[in-house]
Each structure stands twice: as C-alpha cells, then as structure tokens.
Design a protein around this ligand. Structure first.
Ligand code: CDP
Length: 236
C-alpha cells in the first residue's frame, strides 16, 4: 500500500500559504506595496521615471527598469550581512526579467524606473513575493503596464509536486531526489514571463507544476487587484 504524502504544514499539494497585500505603504515613494505569503513578507517602493544615472547606462531607445532585491539583516534568524551579494544580484536581475514584459518602457526613452524590493521576513519564496509586491507598486506609481504579473513557486517534495514551499520544506528535501524548486510568473491571462527550474523534474511533472502554479497565480492576481482597488478607495 502506498503511503499518501503529507506536508508538515498540513497543506494540500496545491495549497498556497495564506496571502495578503496592501498598496500605498510608503508615502514618499511614487508607488509602493506589500505582499505577504505565510511568514514571507516583501515590500516594494518605486521611484521614477526619472533621469538615468550613471548616464553611460542610459538607453536612448527606451526606459530602463532597475530592480534591487535585498533581504533585511533581521529577515531570518541567522543575521544576514548587509549589502549586495551574489544571490541578491541574481534575484534582482530575475525580478527585472519577470516584470519587463509587462512594463511599457518604450514610453520613457533614456529614463529609469527604480524598484526597490526589501524582504522584512524570509521563509522561502521571497523572489515570488518580491515580484508580486513590485508589480503592484509599479501599477500604484502609475507606470503604464500591459498587465499585472503574479508569481508562485512549485516544487517537488519527495516525488510529489507541491506549491509554495516554505523554508522548512525547502531545507528538509534539500538532499537527494526531492530538491526541485520552480518559481514561475504569469500574466493575468496565464502567459509566462519567468520560470526557473532548479533541480530534476520530468516533462510530465513540469507540466503538472505549471498547471498548478497557473491556477494559484489566479488567486494571487485577485488579491493584488483588490489591494490596488482598495488603494483608490474603490472597494469592490
Ligand atoms: O527566497 P527564495 O525561495 O526565492 O530563494 P532561495 O535562494 O531559494 O532562498 C530560500 C530561503 O532561504 C529564503 O527565502 C530564506 O528564508 C532562506 N535564506 C536564508 O536563510 N539565508 C540566506 N542568506 C538566503 C536565504
């Protein structure tokens, strides 16, 4: 008899952590937002479009989206050393790539839009929470966008495809067959803007992971949309 796989949190394989979002949390910024998924909390602040410095990095044909991801030193139990590192530089680039397809940068030739993403708490899934917060902050700043994006990680625990691994799950299955992590970002109509596959997965399992993540992204989109409406005082 095969034993049914159970998650330590009691969540079903396709069950994401409780999510919440708020827009307009940093009055000084042109746009800002918070996205929380379980114990992972991202805040994003947008400044711009503004003059692009250093000048030699200007693109005269279109605007530049410049994302900076950072985990605050107190965001995990082991203090994080302040300042950029290889991981934060890589995640900053990935967030840019996930957002670029939806931001109409052709409207701002030579200018830059700065998006600062700070993790105040990190319990895995920070790049996805960061992307979700950043997309809302860009919309709040009034930057022309084709759509919003919603991001969620799928993963493989043992041989089971699950959504939204927390740090316990991420670490527990680090060794051996189960260490697969697949952050994915979708537009509201289900088009991909970003996918990473870290680990081993079969084509069939990847299809299943994409399907589960696409369904979950719809729930995230609804929460983001409602938070943006609430910021306008529009309610429902
Ligand atoms: O956060 P995300 O899943 O996008 O990226 P990761 O590099 O797979 O990191 C997973 C988790 O490891 C983070 O969310 C943190 O909870 C934790 N972490 C940490 O404790 N210390 C670090 N220097 C980096 C990550």
């Amino acid at each position: 008899m095969t034993k049914e796989f159970t998650r330590q949190s009691g969540r079903k394989p396709d069950e994401i952590r409780p999510i919440s979002a708020k827009v307009g949390i940093i009055p000084n910024a042109d746009g800002s937002a918070m996205f929380q998924s379980g114990k992972t909390i991202a805040i994003a602040a947008v400044y711009g479009p503004k003059e692009h410095h250093p000048r030699n990095q200007r693109n005269p044909a279109r605007g530049t989206l410049r994302c900076t991801y950072n985990m605050m030193s107190f965001s995990v139990t082991d203090r994080i050393r302040p300042g950029p590192n290889r991981r934060s530089t890589e995640i900053s680039k990935i967030i840019e790539w996930a957002l670029e397809p939806i931001v109409m940068l052709d409207k701002y030739p030579g200018l830059v839009v700065d998006v600062h993403i700070q993790m105040t708490q990190a319990d895995a899934g920070t790049r996805c929470a960061g992307i979700n917060a950043a997309a809302m902050a860009l919309a709040h700043a009034g930057i022309p966008m084709k759509d919003l994006v919603s991001s969620i990680a799928a993963g493989k625990l043992d041989k089971t495809i699950v959504l939204d691994l927390d740090k316990y799950e991420d670490s527990e299955f680090e060794e051996g067959e189960g260490s697969t992590d697949i952050p994915i970002t979708f537009t509201s109509d289900g088009k991909l803007t970003h996918i990473q596959v870290d680990g081993h997965i079969t084509t069939e399992q990847l299809k299943q992971a994409m399907k589960m993540a696409r369904e979950a992204s719809k729930k995230i989109y609804e929460v983001q949309k409602q938070a943006l409406k609430d910021s306008l005082g529009g309610g429902k």
